[in-house]
Ligand binder design. Structure first.
Ligand SMILES: [Zn+2]
Ligand SMILES: [Zn+2]
Length: 323
């Protein structure tokens, strides 16, 4: 993913910057959205709120020598399937980018069944020039919550003739490694126990909606990155008007920070959305909590900005004069 972003930024550097929108911000009061799905959390934490039929599109820019280079689009969607106790809340983000010799279609999808033993199903699928799949399932067992994580990798050798490469004047041989998705196979599940309310990172972003509505200074949640556990905190910071292609919005900064719990022994930094490292600054609309801009750091000191471009089915308070 990081390699992808760097490639894309370098390919696209030099193209003209995006024309910023001219819509003006209109102050409005917070309006509770209709029929959203609330996934209850323990210990008096506010629920995870899943909006019905919301689609937010963002421009993804990488800062190259002080200039924002447009590398693609990120689209966040949420919807609710089924009704009443059988409802399942869906959160999805798709990041799409392309350059002359590189294409990327990276999708994260979280499912939250309202009832039943499965609490969370999460998939991370990268398609295009590189191919990779990851899955997490969090389930209630007799002794609490367990997560099962698996990822795919290139097949290390099998009898499937489709995995064999033709060779001149010699017998075909099993492919030793390629970027194609068709030679990749699932590895074994890795299981572990996890605390109550454990989320994936995409879902944790939607906690900001409740944080803003409940006017909480800080909200915390355990988050799984593959089968590594982190303590994620979302802290309310300064207020500022932020201009993005969609318009100007009165925003609140949310500082997202991941700490390794004392019980964990894993190494390295937390990898957030699209490979962002360390702390990330999310600028959210001050009354609805909708993400307006994300600023993060990628490896090699690159800065990435994700800026709101379009909003369909968003909470009423986000709508500006020019829609
Ligand atoms: Zn094989
Ligand atoms: Zn292969």
């Amino acid at each position: 993913m990081i390699r992808a972003l760097c490639f894309l930024a370098l390919f696209i550097a030099g193209s003209p910057p995006q024309d910023p929108g001219t819509a003006d911000w209109v102050p409005v009061s917070a309006t509770p959205a209709d029929g959203e799905l609330s996934i209850e959390r323990t210990n008096g934490s506010p629920p995870l709120v899943i909006p019905r039929g919301e689609e937010l599109s963002y421009l993804v820019e990488i800062d190259i020598f002080g200039k924002g280079v447009d590398v693609g689009t990120a689209t966040f969607k949420s919807w609710v399937e089924g009704a009443d106790a059988a409802s399942v809340g869906h959160l999805e983000v798709a990041f799409k980018a392309s350059a002359p010799t590189y294409t990327l279609d990276h999708q994260l999808h979280s499912q939250h069944p309202l009832s039943g033993d499965i609490k969370l199903q999460y998939s991370d699928t990268q398609r295009g020039s590189e191919n990779r799949r990851r899955e997490i399932r969090v389930e209630r067992g007799e002794e609490g919550l367990t997560s099962a994580y698996r990822s795919d990798g290139h097949c290390k050798g099998c009898e499937d003739k489709a995995h064999f490469r033709k060779r001149v004047l010699r017998k075909p041989k099993h492919c030793k490694g390629c970027d194609g998705g068709e030679h990749r196979v699932w590895r074994e599940f890795r299981e572990r126990t996890v605390p109550e309310d454990t989320l994936d990172f995409l879902s944790s972003i939607y906690l900001i909606r409740s944080q803003i509505r409940c006017e909480l200074e800080r909200i915390a949640t355990p988050v799984l990155e593959k089968d590594k556990l982190w303590d994620l905190s979302l802290v309310r910071g300064e207020a500022k008007v932020i201009e993005v292609p969609k318009g100007k919005y009165a925003c609140r900064k949310i500082i997202i920070d991941a700490k390794k719990p004392a019980s964990e022994s894993h190494e390295g930094e937390f990898s957030g959305l699209f490979g962002m490292e360390g702390s990330m600054n999310f600028w959210v609309h001050e009354s609805t909590g909708v993400m307006v801009q994300i600023v993060g750091k990628l490896p090699f000191g690159l800065r990435v900005k994700i800026r709101l471009k379009e909003a369909k089915g968003a909470p009423e308070g986000l709508i500006t004069k020019k829609g």
